[in-house]
Design a protein around this ligand. Sequence first.
Ligand code: IDP
Ligand code: MG
Length: 136
Amino acid sequence: MQTLVLIKPDAVRRSLVGEIVRRFENRGLRIAAMKLVRFDADLSRRHYKDHVDKDFYPPLEKFIASGPSLAMVLEGDNVIQVVRQMMGATNHLEAAPGTIRADLALSTRENLVHGSDSPESAEREIPLFFGKDEIL
Ligand code: IDP
Ligand code: MG
């Protein structure tokens, strides 16, 4: 099983890439693909297609395009659920202690990480960032 993980521009700016990748590696997940990506408005609208009509979307698009993100495909048993659990709730105040967002974030928008929320989302999101030949 595979999932798409993004380490968002706030995390890259704050030099938290290593800290966040370390958590996933230590958990036992395998990195199947990894690269820096720069969102533009088109990629943002495609990636966040379920959110484009929401109030928080315009500032979200500005944020996600504000600098490079690290995109990864992670692999492992139940990886979608495992990554979502390790990320914590969207709102850092509701994220359980020990999760990435609870430990490292102070903002609901700038919340460091993205992880696909279902197998259908993973199947849709991975090809937005990686060709088949880039997933090893
Ligand atoms: P998720 O990343 O935990 O799956 P989603 O509901 O899919 O959360 O929202 C996508 C992203 O949009 C969030 O990670 C966060 O960056 C941003 N976002 C979601 N809800 C809010 C909000 O209420 N205020 C500001 N930003 C939000
Ligand atoms: Mg989501």
